[in-house]
Design a protein. Structure first.
Length: 228
């Protein structure tokens, strides 16, 4: 029998986010650091901006990794603000006014800040690296998303395999392990590629730095899964 994730096409973002024709809020969340949240957040924000819509990226992490990247970014692909306070439900309307898409790069933690992020999100993406520690650490975030779905009915969650190493056995097995969490998994997988690192150093999204690269295609594929 085919696994749950391959039985049906994932719902596009529009249908997953009822009542959000004006604004869609996508968060990158995981209690573990080093899983690729910031890389995905920056590149996803750029891919969404390429749709011709206004995009805001909120850096909700005290470490302000996105803000450091923004200091060397010269092209203003999308707007970026730093808001590491756990009061997003009170301020999200003001912060996101005039934007079609908002992406939130959340801190690596479980607590009030993450709850604040999830309560304003329509879609929570959980990047998971191809290691047992990453897979185990994602369990608590999956449980938190399910808990908050009782309070926020239009919150959806999806797992995203990140930092996958091409050709390794653990990379091939991670999807099967994640299917045990019974949460949708993106078909797109983000691999460890030098283009992501070089683009970050250059202060550019990978689709602008190396548009024909495999990394660029991964981001295009991810964006295509999100949009109707």
């Amino acid at each position: 029998m085919q696994k749950r994730q391959t039985e049906a096409k994932l719902k596009p973002l529009k249908s997953a986010c009822e009542g959000t024709d004006i604004l869609m809020i996508i968060s990158l969340v995981n209690q573990k650091g080093g899983v690729g949240k910031t890389t995905v957040a920056i590149n996803l924000a750029h891919a969404l901006a390429q749709q011709g819509k206004r995009v805001l990226l909120i850096d909700a992490d005290q470490q302000a990794s996105v803000m450091h990247w923004k200091k060397i970014e010269q092209h203003n692909y999308f707007d970026v603000i730093h808001h590491p306070q756990a009061d997003l439900p009170q301020h999200i309307r003001e912060l996101t006014q005039g934007y079609r898409y908002t992406v939130i790069d959340a801190p690596p933690a479980i607590g009030d800040m993450i709850r604040s992020v999830l309560l304003v999100s329509n879609l929570a993406i959980v990047p998971v690296g191809p290691s047992p520690l990453d897979i185990w650490s994602a369990r608590e975030m999956v449980h938190l998303i399910r808990e908050l779905q009782k309070e926020k009915r239009n919150l959806s969650g999806r797992l995203l395999i990140c930092r996958k190493i091409v050709g390794t056995r653990i990379g091939r097995e991670v999807r099967e392990a994640l299917e045990n969490y019974q949460m949708d998994i993106f078909q797109t997988e983000i691999h460890q590629r030098i283009a992501y690192v070089e683009a970050m150093i250059a202060g550019m999204p990978v689709m602008a730095y190396a548009p024909q690269s495999e990394a660029g295609q991964e981001i295009r594929n991810l964006c295509a899964e999100l949009l109707p």
